[in-house]
Design a protein around this ligand. Structure first.
Ligand code: AMP
Length: 215
């Protein structure tokens, strides 16, 4: 199965993708996480990527597409869920040339939940698992349930950068929905309760994929 999980920053893409991948036996490819790792290296590419991440701006399409091609090549046959890709029309068209997508999962989340989620989000410094210090707490404070590493706040989860990322999503990424609506089934998932357990959302997505004969 080849899926895209689509939604604003803070809509829960990473949280649901990590659960869907285990349920469906596919891999999750999260371009944001790939870039955060890449930015730690000491190369000129790392410097470039870092400068975009810090400002909450999109990494240029040519770099993103190169990175995706490298990751996707090995995974196309096994099935995957893309989290954070595509974010522009150029990226969507590049993906079309690499793989056919079975469905887009669109997370529809009100702004107040997005702000609440992003400002309280913590991620594992090692495995990237996502937590929320109010609504999706780790069992031990500041410690990842999965691998025991320390949890950190993302450098781009600051009010100023959050505002920029939401603005960019609305302007450059959201219009992609129309592109997909004309081509691929969209599983629309409305999440308007902040304390809804991720498992309930994932169960709903799985049911809907099943109704499309995709599971
Ligand atoms: P995310 O973890 O998905 O919120 O992504 C974090 C940051 O990585 C974004 O704000 C962008 O700077 C960069 N990024 C991730 N995916 C893409 C993409 N598909 N195109 C451009 N930039 C991206």
């Amino acid at each position: 199965m080849r899926l895209i999980i689509f939604g604003a920053p803070g809509s829960g893409k990473g949280t649901y993708a990590s659960r869907l991948k285990s349920k469906l036996g596919i891999v999750a490819i999260a371009t944001g996480a790939i870039f955060r790792e890449l930015a730690k290296e000491e190369t000129s590419l790392a410097e470039t990527v870092k400068s975009f991440l810090e400002l909450g701006q999109l990494v240029p399409d040519d770099i993103v597409i190169d990175v995706l091609k490298g990751r996707l090549m090995k995974k196309v046959l096994e099935g995957f869920i893309l989290d954070g890709y595509p974010r522009t029309l150029v990226q969507a068209k590049a993906l079309d040339a690499l793989a056919s997508i079975d469905a887009v999962i669109h997370l529809v989340v009100p702004d107040w939940i997005i702000i609440e989620r992003l400002s309280n989000r913590r991620i594992c410094s090692k495995c990237g698992e996502v937590y929320n210090i109010r609504f999706l707490k780790p069992r031990r404070p500041e410690t990842c349930d999965k691998c025991g590493e320390k949890l950190l706040q993302r450098a781009d989860d600051t009010p100023k950068v959050i505002r920029e990322r939401i603005k960019i999503y609305e302007k450059q990424t959201q219009p992609l929905l129309q592109y997909y609506e004309e081509r691929i089934p969209i599983v629309r998932c409305k999440c308007d309760s902040i304390d809804m357990p991720p498992e309930a959302v994932v169960a709903n997505i799985l049911e809907r994929l099943e109704a499309l004969d995709l599971t």
